[in-house]
Design a protein around this ligand. Structure first.
Ligand code: ADP
Ligand code: F6P
Length: 338
């Protein structure tokens, strides 16, 4: 393979730039040419494709976001969109693609591979909810940002003797809430993977305030459960009489300089994606498991280790769905000392 391209797709995540840089620099060191595709599959279809050299990715490693920009482009799920994209790849002589994104983006990579353009997926999202990897690019940074915010909220929470519900992103996954909640010493962590009883939540708040030396209460709420304001309303309806405030950290968790851990993960995975393309491989997603890089077929049978399978009527099944660390939820209950 002599010429490859790289794109970022779906929600952006800190570390995507580090991954792009790794793809470009590794490809050049392997004697390949590299093209950047702006705005994910939308840019591919529109032919927004340009050559990248080693200088072109200077000074991006430490920046959040993605300098190639990202897009959600549902049209690429249709054959017509894919064929238009392929026309553009052909026009530029591109033979393989590295796709940095989430599950949806992986499916686009699979379609390209099926059409004869090997594509490799890298897991880029703050949510840590992608199958086939222990950690995604961007998760560590989002947790760091959340912890920084939670530490700050604790200061004011203590000074005023208040209860705070802090909503964190994560889509349907509780990973960001669990990791940041433990790191910030949250009194309660509420995640979608575990049922909660609002009466128990309120009882814990009340009990906490009766404890000597405890004058505030910090609840980390994953957005997959509900919004913070709705949760606070439930608490009030269940008899909470504390001075309650809600903060939604929102998209702040998506930005900022990637942590060294995310930069290393992104660099490692980006370089590996190029190695796989060089071997002519496609339709694979790179992950990290037990501190080693792994790759799985995106589509196939569970026995082959594929991330997704198709049922006879064409529905996509996730073979080994991501699971949040519920042992961490239990750990926090032990440590919260309410
Ligand atoms: P993420 O990659 O973060 O999961 P999306 O689900 O929005 O985010 O997917 C990103 C993009 O991947 C979509 O906007 C679309 O362009 C492409 N995509 C999603 N699903 C498919 C599919 N089944 N086939 C081809 N392309 C897809
Ligand atoms: O997948 C990343 C994520 O930030 C989720 O945590 C969140 O639910 C969603 O994207 C927000 O999407 P948007 O940026 O389109 O509002």
């Amino acid at each position: 393979m002599k010429r490859i391209a790289v794109l970022t797709s779906g929600g952006d995540a800190p570390g995507m730039n580090a991954a792009i840089r790794a793809v470009v620099r590794k490809a050049i060191s392997e004697g390949m040419e590299v093209f950047g595709i702006n705005r994910g599959y939308a840019g591919m279809v529109e032919g927004d494709i340009f050559p990248l050299d080693a200088n072109g990715v200077s000074n991006i490693l430490s920046h959040g976001g993605t300098f190639l920009q990202s897009a959600r482009y549902p049209e690429f799920a249709q054959l017509e969109g894919q064929l238009k994209g392929i026309e553009q790849l052909k026009k530029h002589g591109i033979e393989g693609v590295v796709v940095i994104g989430g599950d949806g983006s992986y499916h686009g990579a699979m379609r390209l591979t099926e059409h004869g353009f090997p594509a490799i997926g890298l897991p880029g999202t703050i949510d840590n909810d992608i199958v086939g990897t222990d950690y995604t690019i961007g998760f560590d940074t989002a947790v760091n940002t959340a912890v920084d915010a939670l530490d700050k909220i604790r200061d004011t929470s203590f000074s005023h003797g208040r209860t705070f519900v802090v909503e964190v992103m994560g889509r349907n996954a509780g990973d960001i809430a669990l990791w940041s909640g433990i790191a910030a010493g949250a009194d309660q962590i509420i995640v979608p993977e575990e049922p909660y009883d609002i009466n128990e939540v309120v009882a814990k708040v009340k009990k906490g305030y009766t404890r000597k030396g405890k004058n505030h209460h910090l609840i980390v709420l994953a957005e997959g459960v509900m919004h913070g304001e709705a949760f606070a309303a439930e608490m009030k309806a269940a008899g909470d009489d504390s001075d309650l405030r809600v903060t939604n950290l929102g998209h702040i968790l998506r930005g900022g300089a990637p942590t060294p851990r995310d930069r290393v993960l992104a660099s490692w995975m980006g370089a590996h994606a190029v190695e796989l393309l060089k071997e002519g491989k496609g339709g694979l997603a790179v992950g990290v498991h037990n501190e080693s890089l792994v790759e799985h077929p995106i589509l196939g049978t569970a026995e082959e280790g594929a991330l997704f399978s198709l049922t006879e009527d064409g529905k996509i099944v996730v073979n080994n769905p991501h699971k949040a660390r519920l042992d961490f939820a239990a750990l926090n209950r032990d440590l919260a000392h309410i």
